[in-house]
Design a protein around this ligand. Structure first.
Ligand SMILES: NC(=O)c1ccc[n+]([C@@H]2O[C@H](COP(=O)([O-])OP(=O)(O)OC[C@H]3O[C@@H](n4cnc5c(N)ncnc54)[C@H](OP(=O)(O)O)[C@@H]3O)[C@@H](O)[C@H]2O)c1
Length: 253
């Protein structure tokens, strides 16, 4: 912890200089982080915060031409194109990154339409494609890079709305079911990847002021990400396969 804080004293230098300096001092360089869905909202705030800390950041965006904010982030940031709904794209972008990833953050997600009858089956399938199948195809593609990293962390942004045990209000069937399925898939991933020393878990960011969360949400993306980064900083193999709130509390499945 003291080691990470010490990077702040170098904030006048750019991220490349920090990396060079740390290597010449024989210290380990800051982490390499991949953020999937980094164009806006919580993903953009994650990329910004890690880049400000001197991390090397791979920011993966559905359409980098429409993601002006991520291109403006200062630091060691490389923007890649990745639409998680296109299954073969994750394998080719992971191949082109081709270096160890210490912390993998899977943030990309969509809400889909609110409940209506008749159920919009196509919209439901699209939400499952992005939030579940896309996330697990990405996990499959990035797992070898994470296994080669130092922290070996895979964090998937879920929602408390995906908790079956916590569902007391009903509704939002499409979104809730997609996050419940993501939770179930990441639980299996955590067990399957334990032998590689990987910690895979799901995390609820709180109710956050983004396009998805809306203007009434109490948390800014920066505050949510600061909370989650505190939790991420202390995650280890014993924390794998668990459902974390942004404040470090554990949530029911
Ligand atoms: N905000 C909240 O209160 C809240 C609460 C609980 C959970 N969450 C979860 O937190 C995560 C981030 O939410 P947010 O509030 O930041 O949402 P947001 O503002 O709507 O941003 C969603 C992000 O996901 C990306 N994305 C969507 N579809 C994609 C695809 N097919 N391929 C690649 N990227 C894709 C978007 O990229 P484009 O710009 O290209 O569309 C954008 O960067 C989501 O998983 C969400 O379910 C949010």
């Amino acid at each position: 912890m003291a080691c990470r804080e010490s990077w702040r004293t170098f904030e006048l230098y750019d991220a490349g200089a920090i990396r060079e300096m740390s290597l010449s001092l024989g210290q380990s360089p800051p982490a390499t982080v991949a953020v999937v869905g980094a164009s806006r909202g919580i993903g953009l705030a994650f990329a910004r915060a890690y880049a400000a800390d001197g991390a090397r950041v791979h920011a993966l965006c559905r359409d980098p031409r429409q993601a002006a904010d991520i291109s403006g982030v200062t630091g060691d940031v490389t923007v890649h194109r990745l639409d998680v709904a296109v299954p073969q794209e994750s394998a080719s972008v992971a191949r082109s990154i081709g270096e160890p990833i210490d912390i993998y953050i899977h943030n990309a997600g969509i809400y889909g339409p609110d409940d209506a009858e008749p159920i919009d089956a196509e919209a439901w399938a699209q939400v499952m494609q992005v939030n579940v199948i896309g996330a697990l195809k990405c996990a499959e593609a990035f797992r070898p890079l994470v296994a080669a990293g130092k922290r070996k962390l895979m964090v998937f942004l879920t929602s408390r709305m995906g908790s079956i045990g916590d569902n007391r209000s009903g509704g939002s069937i499409i979104y809730r079911s997609s996050k419940a399925a993501l939770n179930a898939a990441v639980k299996s991933l955590a067990l399957d990847a334990a032998g590689q020393g990987i910690c895979a878990c799901v995390m609820h960011p709180g109710w956050v002021r983004t396009e998805m969360g809306g203007l009434s949400a109490p948390l800014s993306p920066e505050a949510s990400v600061a909370n989650m980064r505190r939790v991420i900083a202390r995650l280890g193999s014993a924390d794998s396969g668990r459902f974390w709130n942004h404040d470090g509390a554990e949530l029911p499945w």
